[in-house]
Design a protein around this ligand. Structure first.
Ligand code: HEC
Length: 114
């Protein structure tokens, strides 16, 4: 009896974890599309990003971000980098509604894979 309850709980936990992982993965794929899209994130205009064509060099190469910024910090950078650096040329994607909250979240998923 107890083992069957445990087994069910374990299976449930596992499937939840797997769907969370699948969700993060599809978010990252969507985020890459948005980041590379010249009419959306257009990040390649200024940043070199692994897998992206014809990058500009106005901003730093985007790499090893996961080790340096957590999710909230990356979201803040995308929302409005002028709060960190008032003189930045990076567009405030969230504040100016260039990207929706959902789009920014997907791009952050992608940035965390770099
Ligand atoms: C017009 C140029 C420009 C565009 C477009 C741009 N950025 Fe930036 N970005 C910069 C610059 C310049 C910096 C350097 C920091 C600063 O200026 O405050 C930067 C910094 C960053 C950082 C911090 C990097 C680090 O190593 O500390 C991240 C993350 C970032 N940008 C992500 C993005 C993403 C994702 C996009 C697309 C949605 C994007 N940027 C679009 C210019 C740009």
């Amino acid at each position: 009896m107890i083992t069957s309850v445990l087994r069910t709980a374990l299976a449930l936990g596992l499937s939840l974890a797997m769907s969370a992982a699948a969700h993060a993965q599809s978010g990252a794929a969507e985020g890459q599309k948005l980041a590379f899209d010249r009419g959306k994130g257009n990040c390649l205009t200024c940043h070199e990003i692994k897998g992206g064509d014809l990058p500009g060099s106005i901003g730093p190469k985007l790499e090893n971000l996961k080790g340096r910024y957590d999710r909230a910090e990356l979201t803040a950078i995308l929302n409005d980098e002028t709060t960190r650096n008032p003189l930045t040329v990076m567009p405030p994607f969230g504040r100016n509604r260039i990207l929706t909250e959902q789009e920014i979240s997907a791009i952050v998923d992608f940035l965390q894979t770099l």
